[in-house]
Design a protein around this ligand. Structure first.
Ligand code: HEM
Length: 134
């Protein structure tokens, strides 16, 4: 393993996206976790959903233990050719888009937070004036 790791291309790795043939890219390394699918404490579904992309964030977000990290060596099959990995996934999961809404809507909400109380104050003032006259 120490000498000449195999360099895999992203497209080739992405093809291994089945329960019986599952490869992952984590921190620039490629893992064939096919033999681990049934034994993964997080289940095989999560491993499958981490194929076809850089799964580093998925892996790190779970907060895997040191012993989980030690296990990875068993499944290591080489490095990923970084130049073949799409910079940003073109398909952003739907739920996540809400995080990334542009600053425009943030600004609009702030503006509303400022304007709505003013509007209520103005209305109250208008109503008071209106009722006073009668
Ligand atoms: C070679 C890669 C991986 C190995 C060796 C591995 C190993 C493990 C191990 C040993 C655990 C038990 C808890 C721990 O010791 O941290 C675990 C839990 C878990 N793993 Fe992985 N894992 C891998 C990749 C992934 C990926 C890509 C995901 C995607 C999200 C994932 C999601 C989870 C989840 C959700 C749990 C359950 C956490 C819990 O319920 O406590 N794992 N994994």
């Amino acid at each position: 393993m120490a000498s000449d790791p195999k360099i895999h291309k992203f497209d080739e790795v992405a093809k291994h996206n089945k329960t019986k043939d599952c490869w992952l890219i984590i921190s620039g390394k490629v893992y064939d976790v096919t033999p681990f699918m049934d034994d993964h404490p997080g289940g095989d579904e999560v491993l499958l959903s981490s194929t076809g992309k850089d799964a580093t964030n998925d892996f790190e977000d779970v907060g895997h233990s040191d012993s989980a990290r030690d296990m990875m060596a068993k499944y290591y099959i080489g490095e990923i050719d970084a130049s073949t990995v799409p910079a940003i996934r073109t398909q952003i999961p739907l739920q996540k888009t809400s995080y990334n809404q542009d600053k425009g809507s943030e600004f609009f909400i702030k503006l509303l937070q400022f304007l709505v109380p003013l509007l209520i104050l103005g209305l109250a003032y208008a109503v008071r004036n209106f009722t006073k006259k009668e």
